[in-house]
Write a protein that binds this ligand. Structure first.
Ligand SMILES: [Fe+2]
Length: 1224
C-alpha cells in the first residue's frame, strides 16, 4: 500500500462520490498514482480514454500517428466532420481534458518504442498490429508494466490482459465483507461457530474471518484471519479452539478480505496457450474460434497491407484458410468468415462494450481492486444482422460518409432505416448521456424523417460530472436534457433530437398522448426508479411498442428487451422487496450501524420536517384543525401537542435558545431514554425462560453523559441548533466555540427513571401500544385553547426542512452522522464515517462510468435487432454483467406467459378492442355473444362500473347508460379531452365457469378491455395490492413448479385482491346510500376474498427454497405439544389431506394457553377470525395449488411441501406472538 493519504493527495469526494462507493478511497488513491498510456485514438481508444479520464488517474498520454478520416466518424465521438485530415490526437486532447480537470492529458504522435512505454504503469494498445503488440507487450512483461490490448472488428471484439508475473488483487469481488452475530462457539478441534438464526450465513469455504466482542473465548477477538469451512445455514468451522477459554456469550464474526497473487503469462506465451473468460455461455466454442480468427486477420493484413474488404467472399475465404493454419480445429469455424467480412467495420456500441470493459481492466491494473480478466476475452453480437439478410460488396462499400464504419457491417439500406426511426428516451442521466451519444453516432433519427425525444426534469449537479460525460462544470445548474441534446448535436449535426423537461406520468398524458406514442418506433428507458419504469412499461404494453430497459448498480448492470407480442414486459417480473428494519430494533434494540442511521433519518424527518410541517399548516391552513381532529386514536392530541410545543412552549427568541434546545435533546436521547431502558431491563435481567434479556441481537446499551469537549457531542449540538434556527427562519447564528462555551454551562436536572413505563420488546407489542388510547374531547379542546391563532403569533414563520444529503454546508449530514454515531456509541456498535453514513442514510446508488457505458453498448446492440425488424426471441439477449468478477451472462428474453380460454391463447399483449360507444347492457351482451364470456365485474381504474352482486335498481339504471356516462357518474370526474379510449378491466366466467370455482384462472380472465376512452394507468393503484413473492417463481422447484407458483400468485391471489378492492368499493358505495341489504350480501364476498388475500399473503412467506429446520423455542414447543417435529408434520398432513373440497390446514398458536395447535378451515376462511389461533404455517389445499403438478394426488403435494417450509418465517411468527414477558 502506498502512503498517499499523507502526501496531500486528497480525493475530491463531491466529484467522485458515486464512484468512491464502488472503488473505495484506497483504490482511488492507487489510481491517482498511475500513469497511463493509451495508444490509438480511433473510436475504441477514445472510449477507453474517456472512461479512464472520468475515473481519475494521475495522468493519461494518448498516442496516435494518424489523421481523422471518414471511417472514424461512425464511432469516434470526439471527432467532427470539420476535423477530417487533422491529427486525431490534436483534436481529441482538449475534448478529453474537459472531462476531468484532475487528469492532465499529453499527446504523442510517434510510433511506440520500448523506451517510451517504460515510463508508464499501464499501457493500453488499440488498433495495433500484432508485431507491435508482441514487441510492446512482451517488453512490458519483463518490466512489470501492465498491458491491456483491445480491438473491435465490426460486431466482434477482443481484450487481452497481462498484469505481470505477480499481480496483487486486494478485493476479488467488490462485495462488502459479510458479518454476523455469534450464538455459540464450540471448544473443540473443529471449532464449530453457530450464528444467530435471524439470518443465514453466506460465507463460502475458504473465506477468512476474524471476531470481535466474544465473551469467554476472548482469544478469538481481533485474531489473525482464520480460514473457514461451511457446515450449514448457520454454522461453520474455524479449526482447533480446544486450547482456548470456553465461550460464554456474544461475539461478531466478520469476513476478512485477503489479498491474492495472480501470475500472468506474457503476450507471446499466452497467444499460444490462451486462457479465456467466457462472455456468453451459449457460445462456448466461440473464444477459441475468434482467437484463431483475430490472428488470421493480422496475418491477412501482413500480406495484403489492408483488411479484407466488406462482404468480399474471396478475402473471407483467405482469412478462413489462414485461421485453419493457426488452429486446424477452431480455425475452421464459419464464424471466421463473418469476422473477415466485417473487419473494416467500426460500431459505436461495440466500442462502448469493449472500451468500457478494457477501461475497467485499466483501473484494476492501477488499483488491484476487483478480479482482472485472465487473460483473453472475446465477445461478439453477430445476431444483430438478421439471419436471412443477404449483403453484397456493393451494399457495404464505403460511401465517404460518416456512417462508413457501420455501413461496412450492415449495408446502406439499414442506415436509411436507422435514420428514419422515431424513438423516445426517458431520462438524461448517466445511461441517458451514453444512449444519446450512441444514437447520434449510429445515426438513429438522423435522417430526414427521423425524430428522437429525450425528457428529464433534473438539473445538472456536480456529482453527475464524474460519469454523465456530456456535462461540463459550466453546465451545473442547467437542465440535463437540453445540455445532453446539445452536446450530441455537436457530435452529429444531423441528429433530430428534441429535449424536454417533463416528468413521465399520468399528469403528462396530455403531452405524451395517443398520437405521440402511436407515432413511435420504440422507447428506451434510462431511469433510476422502479415506479417510472413500471409506468413507461405499462404505456409501452398499451401502445405495443418495444421497450429497451437497463440499469446499473456499482459494477453490476442488466439489460432487458421487451418486444410486443413476443416477450414478457418489465413489470412481469418483480425484484424481491427491500428488507425493512423491525420497529423494535429501531426504537430500542439496534445492533448495526444501519439501524442507528435509519433512526437518525427518522429523527430528522420527525423533528425538522413533519413537526414544522404541522405547525406551518396550523398557521396557514384554516381547515387544518378540523382535519386533525378527525384523525384516529391519539393522533389529534399528539399533533396538536407538537404544534403547541413549536409555536408556544419551545419557540426560540434567540440563537441561545436553539443551543439550549439541542442540548436538552441530546440529554433526552442519549442519556435519559437509555437510563429508562436499563431501569426496565437491567443488564442482568433474565426472561421467563431464564435466558439473559440482553443477549443475541439485543445489545445492552449504556447512557452517554454530555461533554462539550467531546467533538462528537458538540457536533450534534451544533448541527441540531443550526437546523432549529433555520426552521424558525432565524438569521442569528453562533460559531462552534461559542456554542461549546454556552452548552458547557447548561445545567439540566438529572433524570430519574420511572416505574410503570411500558417498553415494547416486539413489533406486535409496539403496534398494540399504538392502538391504545383515544382522544379525550375535553382535553383536546383545552389544548386547542392554549395555541394562539395566526394573528396572535404576529408574523411567526416556521418552515419544514427537506433532507438534502449532497450539500455539505447545510448541517443535514452533520446531524445524521452525529445523531447515528452517538446512538451507536450508546450500544457499542462501531461508528461510521461521514462517507459511509451518507451512502446508507442517503440511499445512494453507487455508480461508475464503465458499467454505464457497457450496459448502453449492450442496449444499442439490441436496438439494432429491433430496428432491423427481427422478431424471433432467440435472436435477442437480456444481459447481466458484473465487471468486478468479471462476469458476463446473457439469456434469451422470457416469452410472454400464455393463458387460454376456450381455444384462444391470451398474453399481456392481448386485449379486446371495442369500437364506438355502447351502453353497458350492449357491452355485456357483446361479450356474451361475441366471445362467450359472462362479465361478472367491470371496472375502470378504482371505479367499479358493474358487478353481478350490485343492487338491482342501480344495475338497471346503469345497464341503460352509455359506458362513458357510467364512468363519469361513478368516478365523479370529467373525461379529459385528450382521452380517446377508456381502459376497462373485466372479470368474467366462461360458459361452465361457475361450477369449477377453484379453477379461477381457467374460468376468469382479468385483462384490459380497450376503447371508448382511456385511463391513466396509475389510477389502477388500489387499496389492497398483490404482495411480491420473496423469491422467484421457480425457486420452490422441484416441490412446487414455477407454473403453479406463477398462476397461483399472479392470477389467483391477484383475483382475490382485485375482488376484495371491488367489494370494499361496493360496500362503501352501498353504505353511503344506506343500502343495508347490499352491504350484508357483500360481506360474504368480502370474507371470501379478504380471507384469500390474508391467507395467501402468509402462505408465500411460509415457503422458501431454504427454510431450514425448526429450532429454539419453537422446536421446544413442538416437542412439548406434539412429541416431535415428525409427529407434528404427520398431524398437519393428515388434516390437510382430509380437508373436504377446498380449504387450508394450519399450524397455529393459541396465545391464551401458550400452546401450539392445528386446525383446518374450509374455503378461504381466515384462521384467526374463525378459530382465534394465530396462523404460523398454512397448507393451501385448493386444487389450484397443486393440480397442475400432482393432478388429484393431494397427499403427494402435502408431503412435498414440507421440503420448502420456511422455518425462519414460522419461528418469527411464533416468537413475535409469544406472551409478553413480564418482570417477576
Ligand atoms: Fe391458493
Amino acid at each position: 500500500m502506498n502512503q498517499n493519504s499523507s502526501n496531500g493527495m486528497e480525493i475530491d469526494e463531491s466529484l467522485y462520490s458515486r464512484q468512491l462507493y464502488v472503488l473505495g478511497h484506497e483504490a482511488m488513491r492507487r489510481m491517482a498514482q498511475s500513469n497511463v498510456l493509451i495508444a490509438g485514438m480511433r473510436g475504441l481508444g477514445v472510449e477507453i480514454a474517456k472512461n479512464i479520464v472520468l475515473g481519475g488517474v494521475k495522468a493519461v498520454t494518448i498516442q496516435d500517428t494518424g489523421k481523422a478520416q471518414w471511417g472514424d466518424l461512425s464511432s469516434q465521438f470526439f471527432l467532427r466532420e470539420e476535423d477530417l485530415g487533422k491529427y486525431r490526437v490534436d483534436v481529441v486532447q482538449p475534448r478529453l481534458a474537459e472531462l476531468n480537470s484532475y487528469v492532465p492529458i499529453s499527446i504523442y504522435k510517434k510510433e511506440l518504442q520500448e523506451e517510451f512505454v517504460s515510463d508508464f504503469n499501464v499501457v493500453v494498445l488499440t488498433n495495433s498490429s500484432i508485431e507491435e503488440q508482441r514487441k510492446i507487450a512482451d517488453f512490458c512483461h519483463t518490466k512489470d508494466i501492465c498491458v491491456i490490448i483491445a480491438d473491435t472488428k465490426g460486431l466482434f471484439g477482443q481484450i487481452f490482459c497481462d498484469f505481470g508475473k505477480s499481480f496483487t488483487v486486494y478485493d476479488d469481488n467488490g462485495e462488502q465483507p459479510l458479518s454476523y452475530m455469534v450464538a455459540n462457539i464450540e471448544q473443540s478441534e473443529l471449532g464449530v461457530v453457530t450464528c444467530l438464526d435471524d439470518q443465514r450465513q453466506e460465507f463460502q469455504d475458504g473465506d477468512y474471518v476474524t471476531f470481535t466482542e466474544v465473551h469467554g473465548m476472548t482469544e478469538l477477538n481481533e485474531c489473525e484471519p482464520r480460514k473457514i469451512k461451511c457446515l450449514g445455514p448457520y454454522t461453520f468451522s474455524i479449526g482447533d479452539t480446544s486450547k482456548f477459554s470456553s465461550y460464554s456469550r456474544g461475539g461478531i464474526v466478520k469476513q476478512v478480505k485477503t489479498a491474492r497473487k495472480i501470475e500472468f503469462k506474457s503476450f507471446s506465451e499466452s497467444l499460444k496457450s490462451p486462457e479465456f473468460v467466457i462472455s456468453d455461455f451459449a457460445k462456448f466454442d466461440r473464444p477459441a474460434q475468434l482467437h484463431a480468427g483475430f490472428q488470421a486477420l493480422h496475418k491477412f493484413v501482413q500480406s495484403n497491407q489492408a483488411l479484407p474488404g466488406p462482404r468480399n467472399e474471396k478475402d473471407a475465404e483467405k482469412v478462413l484458410n489462414l485461421a485453419k493454419e493457426i488452429d486446424s480445429e477452431n480455425g475452421a469455424a464459419d464464424i471466421i468468415k463473418d469476422l473477415a467480412m466485417q473487419a473494416t467495420g467500426d460500431l459505436c456500441p461495440m466500442q462502448s462494450v469493449i472500451g468500457s470493459i478494457a477501461a475497467q481492466e485499466v483501473m484494476k491494473a492501477c488499483s488491484g481492486k476487483f478480479m482482472p480478466i485472465v487473460q483473453w476475452f472475446y465477445f461478439d453480437a453477430v445476431e444483430c444482422i438478421p439471419a436471412d439478410t443477404v449483403l453484397t460488396e456493393k451494399d457495404c462499400k464505403p460511401k465517404k460518409c460518416r456512417y462508413d464504419g457501420q455501413i461496412a457491417v450492415f449495408g446502406e439500406k439499414f442506415q436509411e432505416i436507422l435514420g428514419n426511426q422515431k424513438y423516445f428516451l426517458v431520462g438524461a442521466g448517466a445511461i441517458g448521456c451514453e444512449m444519446l451519444k450512441n444514437w447520434a453516432m449510429i445515426g438513429l433519427a438522423c435522417g430526414s424523417n427521423g425524430q428522437a425525444w429525450v425528457t428529464d426534469m433534473d438539473i445538472i449537479e456536480r456529482s453527475n460530472l464524474n460519469r454523465q460525460f456530456l456535462f461540463r462544470p459550466e453546465n451545473v445548474g442547467k437542465t440535463k436534457s437540453a445540455t445532453a441534446a446539445n452536446a450530441c448535436s455537436q457530435m452529429n449535426p444531423k441528429f433530430n433530437i428534441y429535449p424536454q423537461e417533463n416528468r413521465v406520468g399520468p399528469e403528462t398524458e396530455n403531452i405524451y398522448t395517443d398520437d405521440f406514442f402511436e407515432n413511435l418506433d420504440g422507447v428506451t428507458n434510462a431511469l433510476d426508479n422502479v415506479d417510472a419504469r413500471i409506468y413507461i412499461d405499462r404505456r409501452c404494453v398499451y401502445y405495443r411498442k418495444p421497450l429497451l430497459e437497463s440499469g446499473t448498480l456499482g459494477t453490476k448492470g442488466n439489460v432487458q428487451v421487451v418486444i410486443p407480442w413476443v416477450t414478457e414486459s418489465y413489470s412481469s417480473s418483480h425484484d424481491p422487496p427491500e428488507k425493512s428494519i423491525p420497529i423494535c430494533t429501531l426504537k430500542n434494540f439496534p445492533n448495526a450501524i444501519e439501524h442507528t442511521l435509519q433512526w437518525a433519518r427518522d429523527q430528522f424527518e420527525g423533528i425538522f420536517k413533519q413537526a414544522p410541517e404541522s405547525a406551518e399548516q396550523y398557521l396557514k391552513d384554516s381547515k387544518f384543525v378540523e382535519r386533525t381532529l378527525k384523525l384516529p386514536g391519539v393522533q389529534p392530541a399528539e399533533t396538536l401537542e407538537t404544534v403547541k410545543k413549536l409555536l408556544v412552549d419551545e419557540r426560540p427568541a434567540k440563537f441561545d435558545d436553539c443551543i439550549m434546545w439541542a442540548r436538552k435533546l441530546f440529554e433526552e436521547n442519549y442519556t435519559n431514554q437509555i437510563k429508562q431502558l436499563l431501569f426496565n431491563f437491567p443488564e442482568d435481567y433474565t426472561t421467563s425462560s431464564n435466558t439473559p434479556f440482553w443477549s443475541g441481537p439485543k445489545r445492552c446499551p449504556h447512557p452517554i453523559f454530555f461533554d462539550a469537549s467531546n467533538s462528537e457531542h458538540l457536533d450534534y449540538v451544533v448541527a441540531a441548533a443550526n437546523l432549529r434556527a433555520e426552521m424558525y427562519g432565524m438569521t442569528e447564528r453562533a460559531d462552534r466555540s461559542y456554542i461549546q462555551k454556552y452548552a458547557e454551562k447548561i445545567k439540566l436536572v438529572e433524570f430519574v427513571p420511572r416505574s410503570g413505563i411500558k417498553i415494547a420488546t416486539t413489533d406486535s407489542e409496539a403496534a398494540s401500544a399504538n392502538d391504545d388510547g383515544c382522544a379525550d374531547e375535553e382535553a383536546l379542546q383545552r389544548l386547542l385553547s392554549q395555541i394562539p391563532n395566526c394573528q396572535q403569533l404576529d408574523g411567526l414563520q416556521i418552515k419544514a426542512i427537506e433532507f438534502e444529503k449532497d450539500d455539505d454546508t447545510n448541517f443535514h449530514m452533520d446531524f445524521i452522522v452525529a445523531c447515528s454515531n452517538l446512538r451507536a456509541t450508546n450500544y457499542d456498535i462501531p461508528t461510521a464515517d461521514r462517507h459511509k453514513s451518507k451512502l446508507i442514510a442517503g440511499k445512494i446508488i453507487p455508480a461508475i462510468a464503465t458499467t454505464t457505458s457497457l450496459i448502453v453498448g449492450l442496449v444499442i446492440l439490441e436496438l439494432y435487432k429491433l430496428v432491423s425488424g427481427q422478431k424471433k426471441v432467440e435472436r435477442f439477449k437480456n444481459g447481466f454483467i458484473n465487471l468486478a468478477l468479471p462476469f458476463f451472462g446473457f439469456s434469451e428474453p422470457i416469452c410472454a406467459p400464455k393463458v387460454e380460454y376456450y381455444d384462444k391463447e391470451w398474453t399481456l399483449w392481448d386485449r379486446f378492442d371495442v369500437n364506438g360507444e355502447m351502453t353497458l347492457r350492449e357491452l355485456l351482451n357483446y361479450f356474451m355473444d361475441k366471445h362467450g364470456l359472462e362479465v361478472t365485474m367491470l371496472s375502470q381504474g378504482v371505479s367499479m362500473l358493474y358487478s353481478f352482486f350490485m343492487a338491482k335498481n342501480k344495475k338497471e339504471e346503469r345497464l341503460g347508460m352509455l359506458i362513458s356516462d357510467v364512468v363519469r357518474k361513478v368516478s365523479k370526474t370529467k373525461i379529459p379531452t385528450h382521452v380517446k379510449a377508456l381502459v376497462l378491466e373485466i372479470c368474467c366466467n366462461d360458459r361452465d365457469g361457475k361450477e369449477k370455482f377453484s379453477f379461477l384462472a381457467e374460468t376468469e380472465i382479468f385483462e384490459r378491455l380497450v376503447n371508448f376512452s382511456k385511463l391513466s394507468f396509475a389510477a389502477l393503484r388500489q387499496k389492497h395490492t398483490l404482495p411480491d413473492l420473496p423469491y422467484d417463481y421457480n425457486a420452490l422447484e422441484p416441490y412446487i413448479s414455477a407454473d403453479i407458483m406463477q398462476l397461483h400468485h399472479s392470477k389467483h391471489h391477484a383475483a382475490y385482491v382485485n375482488n376484495l378492492n371491488n367489494a370494499e368499493g361496493a360496500i362503501e358505495e352501498a353504505k353511503s346510500k344506506g343500502d343495508l341489504n347490499t352491504v350484508i350480501t357483500l360481506q360474504q364476498v368480502l370474507k371470501f376474498n379478504g380471507g384469500g388475500h390474508v391467507n395467501h399473503s402468509i402462505f408465500w412467506q411460509n415457503l422458501s427454497p431454504n427454510g431450514g429446520e425448526p429450532t429454539g423455542d419453537l422446536l421446544e414447543a413442538i416437542k412439548r405439544d406434539f412429541g416431535s417435529v415428525e409427529k407434528m408434520k404427520a398431524a398437519i398432513s393428515a388434516l390437510a389431506v382430509g380437508v373436504q373440497g377446498s380449504g387450508w390446514a394450519w399450524l397455529g398458536y393459541n396465545k391464551d394457553r401458550d400452546r401450539l395447535s392445528i386446525a383446518a378451515c374450509p374455503n378461504q376462511d381466515p384462521l384467526q377470525a374463525s378459530t382465534g389461533l394465530i396462523p404460523l404455517f398454512g397448507i393451501d389445499v385448493w386444487e389450484h395449488a397443486y393440480y397442475l403438478q400432482y393432478k388429484n394426488v393431494r397427499p403427494d403435494y402435502v408431503n412435498a411441501i414440507w421440503n420448502v417450509a420456511n422455518w425462519n418465517d414460522i419461528e418469527n411468527r411464533y416468537n413475535s406472538n409469544r406472551k409478553i414477558e413480564t418482570r417477576q
